[in-house]
Design a binder for this molecule. Structure first.
Ligand code: ADP
Ligand code: 5GP
Length: 190
């Protein structure tokens, strides 16, 4: 395996991770989005091989048997998500660095596999009240699902100190700039 570098990003739902990842991919051509495999159904706007590799549970379990994943997790009950070794290699072969969007446990597991060539970044909203407001404004969640996400966020926030960098997403432009400079500095290290 060609060991290039890896950028691993985690955030509680609603913190702005998707927004920030999209901005980073536009402004940093050195980064390639790592497409995870998962067993949930595609959402109406999602495409196989672009947003995720959508596998059946049987296909996913076969890949586990083949040791095809660098890490995998059951992120939600009965729903599996994993990072494929072949995906890391595809991006390195393309002379880019994988940008991995992954949950807290997956992020820490991936960092253990690649301790010297990966950077872990935790994105935080300025407060739980702001997080609630963003989830409400996004208009994608039921009140019950917002409460679930806020509870999960409190749990996830307890892992933030185990990450190499914490970025507060208050002012969006400042957060993009901050992330950009953290990543460029890591990529320039030898
Ligand atoms: P995540 O991917 O972490 O769940 P999103 O990127 O979907 O989060 O962001 C959640 C909501 O907050 C979206 O409606 C997004 O437009 C908004 N948002 C993201 N960053 C900011 C910010 N810095 N200030 C205000 N609103 C933001
Ligand atoms: P969603 O279903 O909303 O796209 O993603 C649900 C969660 O799964 C998010 O927290 C996302 O970061 C996480 N996730 C996506 N891909 C992977 C992966 O390959 N491995 C792990 N462990 N988590 C992932």
């Amino acid at each position: 395996m060609n060991l290039g570098k890896i950028i691993i990003i985690t955030a509680p739902s609603g913190s702005g991770k998707t927004t920030l990842v999209k901005r980073l991919l536009q402004s940093c051509p050195q980064l390639g989005f790592s497409i995870s495999a998962c067993t949930r159904s595609p959402r109406p706007n999602e495409k196989d091989g672009i947003d995720y590799y959508f596998f059946t549970e049987l296909q996913f379990k076969q890949k586990i048997e083949e040791n095809a994943f660098v890490e995998w997790e059951m992120v939600y009950t009965g729903k599996f998500y994993g990072t494929l070794r072949s995906e890391m290699q595809r991006i390195w072969d393309n002379h880019q660095h994988p940008l991995v969007d992954i949950d807290v446990k997956g992020a820490l597991a991936l960092h253990k596999v690649f301790p010297s060539n990966s950077l872990t970044i935790f994105i935080k909203a300025p407060s739980l009240d702001v997080l609630r407001e963003r989830l409400q404004k996004r208009n994608t969640e039921t009140p019950q699902s917002i409460e679930e996400r806020l509870q999960k966020a409190t749990y996830e926030l307890s892992f933030a100190d185990q990450f190499d960098k914490i970025v507060i997403n208050d002012n969006l432009e400042l957060a993009v700039e901050n992330l950009h400079s953290i990543i460029l500095s890591f990529l320039s290290e030898t």
